[in-house]
Design a protein around this ligand. Structure first.
Ligand SMILES: [Zn+2]
Length: 92
């Protein structure tokens, strides 16, 4: 298993679109704070939203939409392959 894959499995993410922006970006981090910081940076770099302009409502929206990447992968796999072998379930 590559390091990148392990990293992905343990990481958290937020989709920019979940926060209400018309954007396909997914922001990753190893913990909630890292995702928050990266998202705030992304908002600034890609959407010209200054960190100072960010309302606490917006920040809590980000926080609420941070998910474990592993869970989202599992949901995606189960949706795309509904008859995924029971033997595979422990690893997805
Ligand atoms: Zn974005």
């Amino acid at each position: 298993m590559s390091q990148t894959f392990e990293y992905l499995l343990r990481s958290l993410f937020v989709r920019c679109s979940y926060v209400g922006l018309d954007c396909n970006c997914i922001i990753f981090g190893m913990n909630e704070k890292e995702v928050m910081d990266e998202t705030i940076l992304h908002m600034f770099e890609y959407h010209a939203i200054n960190p100072e302009e960010m309302t606490s409502e917006m920040k809590s929206k980000i926080r609420k939409n941070i998910h474990l990447y592993r869970n989202s992968l599992r949901a995606q796999i189960l949706r795309d392959i509904p008859d995924v072998s029971a033997m595979l379930l422990p690893i997805v």
